[in-house]
Ligand binder design. Structure first.
Ligand SMILES: Cc1cc2nc3c(=O)[nH]c(=O)nc-3n(C[C@H](O)[C@H](O)[C@H](O)COP(=O)(O)OP(=O)(O)OC[C@H]3O[C@@H](n4cnc5c(N)ncnc54)[C@H](O)[C@@H]3O)c2cc1C
Length: 394
């Protein structure tokens, strides 16, 4: 049986960035367990849904992103045997570890919304968050000149769920430019009392939604969809609303941590790994760590959050071996939102939802063309050329 010094589960943003960072810091035996599926720079999916990017721009082979010097185990983890310090793989083999890092991301929980799986299968419900459907969102948007559409923000935890506003604003701006927006009844369903539950950007987003004539359903989530009847049912704190005659339901699925994590998950119903939100060490099991979307870090998951998580976790694995005090991740995370087809604002915030700006030179929470250019064109380059290669980018 193979045994590795550091074994990482998941070849996404978290797993690959951490593996590369550990190698850069001198770790000699790092292995990544991940099935041979294309590696996606997922933020660009929203631009695919908005007709501003193509799938080929964001897709790389799994083999091409595994950092040089790391072992790639092309398989899927199915169980962790913490006493033996072994990971069980779908193929039946086991791999031993000294430190194990869990980074398999979140799983779509289609069954949590009645009828969603069938409606997606039928192509009536679709979401940029489901990578196979991003192009279909654009086809629906591009082909629309009248009718009713529903966009949703998912409940947390979700992979940067707030960015689901991007396809809405990109579509509405396009419809306005084409002079058809007045014929399209646009609805937004949000689980928050305001748009994102982030006061320092909500006033701007609210004004933009009002300007575009979008009806916002606050404190609500989609409980059922029926592609036959073309209805979307919303559950709120006190009431149920049924939207009928819906032409397209752009519904982001709810998410949860993978079931195979078993007792390593928190008992809060999210299925996320039960780690200390600061140190990212498992609360009960020594030698087990987690980062990325699957980790219960008390903040909204995002790729931007990973920059700090990777730095702190790579350092903490080293510190734990030297018996030094561990560092703490501060909960920093981001949500970039395009407010139209040329401008974007960046919400940077902490665990409490308070603004946590990385620069005092310019207020990034104000929509700017330069930010859209950065997010659309520069960010993917930084991701593939620096972050996935273990370089720290502030
Ligand atoms: C549409 C969309 C837009 C987004 N926009 C932004 C944005 O603008 N800004 C931002 O900061 N973030 C954004 N995000 C969020 C960002 O993409 C995620 O936070 C980030 O990808 C999380 O990385 P991860 O490695 O934790 O999980 P993932 O990216 O989900 O990667 C998990 C990896 O683990 C592998 N895996 C799964 N199960 C197993 C298993 N059992 N065994 C082995 N491997 C397994 C998977 O194949 C995958 O490679 C967006 C996400 C989406 C979906």
């Amino acid at each position: 049986m193979a045994r590795h010094d550091v074994l990482i589960v998941g070849g996404g943003n978290a797993g690959i960035s951490l593996a590369a960072r550990l190698r850069r810091l001198g770790a000699r035996d790092v292995a990544v367990v991940s099935p041979d599926r294309p590696h996606l720079f997922r933020p660009t999916l929203n631009y695919v849904a908005g007709g501003q990017a193509t799938m080929s721009e964001l897709t790389r082979s799994a083999a091409s992103v595994v950092p040089r010097g790391c072992t790639w185990v092309d398989d899927r983890a199915v169980a962790v045997h913490t006493h033996e310090r072994e990971l069980e793989l779908a193929g039946g083999a086991r791999v031993g570890y000294r430190d194990l890092v869990l980074a398999p991301g979140l799983e779509e929980d289609l069954d949590a919304v009645t009828g969603l799986a069938e409606a997606m299968e039928a192509g009536w419900a679709r979401s940029a968050h489901v990578h196979t459907q991003a192009s279909a969102v654009w086809e629906a948007v591009d082909g629309m000149s009248r009718g009713r559409v529903v966009f949703t923000l998912p409940p947390e935890p979700s992979p940067c769920g707030g960015t689901a506003l991007k396809p809405l604003f990109l579509a509405a701006d396009l419809w306005q430019q084409r002079g058809v927006l007045t014929h399209i009844d646009v609805h937004l369903v949000t689980p928050y009392a305001d748009v994102l539950g982030l006061p320092f950007v909500d006033h701007r987003l609210r004004a933009q939604l009002q300007r575009l004539g979008v009806t916002v359903h606050h404190g609500a989530r989609v409980t059922a969809v029926d592609h036959g009847a073309r209805t979307v049912t919303l559950g709120g704190a006190t009431e149920t609303t049924v939207l009928d005659q819906v032409d397209h339901a752009f519904v982001v699925p709810p998410y949860r941590g993978p079931g195979w994590l078993g007792p390593l998950s928190a008992d809060d119903g999210t299925g996320q790994v039960d780690v200390d939100p600061g140190t990212m060490a498992h609360k009960d099991v020594a030698g087990v760590w987690s980062l990325g979307d699957v980790a219960a870090l008390g903040t909204r998951p995002s790729g931007g959050a990973l920059r700090r998580q990777v730095e702190v976790l790579a350092d903490n694995i080293r510190r734990s071996r030297l018996g030094e005090p561990l560092r703490a991740y501060d909960g920093y995370t981001i949500i970039p939102v395009t407010v139209d087809r040329r401008r974007l604002l960046l919400a940077e915030f902490d665990r409490n939802g308070s603004q946590a700006p990385t620069t005092s030179l310019v207020d990034l929470a104000v929509p700017r063309r330069a930010l859209w250019l950065f997010d659309r064109y520069l960010e993917p380059q930084i991701y593939f050329r620096a972050l996935l290669r273990g370089r720290l980018v502030p």
